[in-house]
Every structure is written in C-alpha cells, then in structure tokens.
Design a protein around this ligand. Structure first.
Ligand code: NAP
Length: 312
C-alpha cells in the first residue's frame, strides 16, 4: 500500500515525489518515460540555478534526488484506475496492480506529431518541438516553423530574433493566433509565410538539411534548405484514464483547484496536464509542490492527525 502514487515522471512528477517522501509518505512514481517533455529539449536555460543545463542532466538530477530520498520508480504505463470501498485507489498496469491512499496525476502533454517522413528520424537532430528551448542552437541559421496557432506564431517570433531566416508554414489560409502577433510576424523581414502549404518530408543525412513542401492550392512543390524544423501543431493531454474522476476542459486538460485538488477526494493533479495557462517547467514544479503537500494534508486529516507539515 502506497501513501501516494504519482502518474508521470516529468518535472512535476519528480518534484511531487521529492516532497512526498520528505513527508515520509511511501511514494511510487509510474511514468512511461522519465523526464517527460524535458526529453524534447536539448539544453535548458531558464531553470533557476543553472544558466545552462542539458535536459539529460536535469532529468537525472531530479530523478536521483527523488530516488535518494526514498521514492520508488516504475517505468510503466497505468492502464486503468479503480476506487476501493475505503476510498483508496487501485492502479493497473499491463503487468501489475498497485494500491494507494492518494494519487497525483502529472502526466504532462505530448506534442502532436506532424506524421511526415523524417520527423522521427531527425528528432533532436534538427527536428524540435520547443523553440524556447532549442532556438538558441540555431543562431544565424535557417529554420522552419510548422503550425498556425499561437505556439507556432510565438515560435516564429522568437526564432526570427536569433536566426537568419524563418519559414512559417501553415496548412490553412488563416492563422488561429492573436491578431497583434500575426501583424508582428508579417512585419518581420526574415519571416517568409507559406500558407496552404503542407510538409511532404524532412530530409538529411546525419541531421536535417532540407524539407519538401507542397502548396495545396497550386500543387507547386518546393524544396527548402534549412537546419531546423520546429513543429508546433499543438500538444495533447491524454487524460481519458481519469475521465471518471476529474472535470476536464475542452482540451481534455484537468481542472484542479489552487491546491491541486480534483473533484475526487484523494486524487490530485499538477503540471501541464492541468488547465494552467503557462506550460513551463518552473510552473509545473510549483504546482507539484502544492499538490504533494495537499496529498499529505489530505492523508493526515483522514487519519485525524494534524496537517501542519514539519521539516520544510
Ligand atoms: P493550436 O491553437 O491547437 O494550433 C495548432 C495549429 O497546428 C493549428 O494551426 C493547426 O492547423 C495546426 N495543425 C494541427 N495538426 C496539424 C497537422 N497534422 N499538420 C499541420 N498543421 C497542423 O495549438 P497551439 O498553437 O499549440 O496553442 C495551444 C493553446 O495555447 C491555444 O489556446 C493557444 O492560444 C495557447 N497559446 C497561447 C500563447 C500566448 O498566449 N502567447 C502561446 C502559445 C499557445 P489548423 O488551424 O489548420 O487546424
């Protein structure tokens, strides 16, 4: 029996684990991939305390800290959750069943894939899903941004300040993003906008060298030589697993109180999987801290004990 099972082993999950074990809660993290979305970044330059740190190193530091304090980790996927008559939770993976007094959902978001040839092959070798994280590696180079929402417009804006040339490629004939941002993008001399245009493939040898696109209106094909392709076609919250236990917004993100509570007592949520506005590591770890302490408080009160945490 665990006091807390955390689903997700990204920055939110690992932070929650660190806080929970320091409250002497028997804690298990279950995550498909340790690191979560940090895996998609190369180097991280906005994590306080580290001017620049490789995502690999930050993931390992967080993981080691959680494990050293006594958290357990299973690299697995939770397939089903049930509630017991006592109000505990049963979590089923393909191989095992676990029971917990409380659960914290920190499953993050997954980038929507473009699903074109070369995308998977060149992931991390020119293909990126995070302009903020990877943009500086393309200083003075030529890149493309794929997508037509605010993320793509933001990415194009950020990248245009540091790269030589940005191609903004959108399959539609209208952007979905803010008007002001669209105007800003259009005013940038080094951004070329290609509307009604789809990516056919991403090509290269060791890393990305070019990309073929097709204009759906004219059927004209074009080959663009470039070093980086930033895919910003939305991120997905895969929360069907907890659909019966939580309220969700129209994007399937979990609605959580400022304390990380969901509508099910004992079930908490933190990080990008929630409907928070800013999807940032530092936001996620703050929410996870709150949610882990809320879980501690929930268990203390359930046992009729004081909820004042000691040893901050
Ligand atoms: P989004 O608004 O859902 O836009 C996704 C874009 O990707 C759409 O233009 C869509 O094209 C395109 N797309 C989807 N699948 C595609 C595919 N298979 N191939 C090519 N293009 C594809 O996602 P987002 O831009 O990541 O934004 C998510 C949310 O965060 C939005 O609510 C956004 O406003 C918000 N956000 C806000 C800010 C800000 O406030 N500065 C910054 C970033 C994001 P179609 O238009 O043709 O469907």
């Amino acid at each position: 029996m665990y006091d807390l099972i955390i689903i997700g082993a990204g920055p939110a999950g690992m932070t929650a684990a660190i806080y929970a074990v320091r409250r002497e809660m028997k804690t298990l993290m279950i995550g498909r991939e340790v690191g979560g979305q940090m895996i998609w970044a190369n180097e991280i330059e906005n994590y306080p305390g580290f001017e620049k740190i490789s995502s690999f190193e930050l993931i390992n530091r967080m993981k080691q800290q959680a494990l050293n304090f006594g958290a357990e980790l299973k690299e697995d996927e939770v397939k089903e959750i049930k509630r017991t008559a006592e109000g505990n939770f049963l979590l089923y993976t393909n191989r095992e069943t676990f029971e917990a007094r409380s659960v914290l959902i920190a499953m993050g978001l997954s980038p929507r894939r473009l699903a074109v040839p070369g995308e998977v092959e060149f992931n991390g070798k020119g293909v990126s899903y995070c302009a903020n994280c990877d943009g500086p590696f393309y200083r003075g180079k030529t890149v493309a941004v794929i997508g037509g929402g605010n993320s793509a417009l933001d990415a194009a804006e950020v990248l245009s300040k540091m790269t030589k040339q940005v191609y903004l490629i959108h399959r539609g004939d209208n952007f979905r993003g803010f008007e002001a941002l669209q105007e800003e993008i259009k005013s940038r001399p080094n951004i070329e906008i290609l509307l009604n245009t789809e990516v056919k493939n991403i090509l290269g040898t060791q890393k990305v060298e070019k990309m073929q696109v097709i204009n759906k209106t004219t059927n004209d094909e074009r080959t663009i030589e470039l070093e980086g392709v930033f895919i910003e076609v939305g991120r997905l919250a895969s929360t069907d697993l907890v659909a019966d236990f939580v309220d969700r917004n129209e994007k399937s993100q979990i609605l959580a109180s400022p304390k990380g509570e969901t509508k099910t007592p004992g079930l908490f949520a933190a990080g990008d999987v929630t409907d928070c506005e800013f999807k940032q590591i530092t936001v996620a770890i703050g929410q996870a801290t709150t949610a882990a302490l809320s879980a501690y408080q929930y268990l203390q009160l359930k046992q009729g004990k004081s909820f004042v945490p000691k040893n901050y």
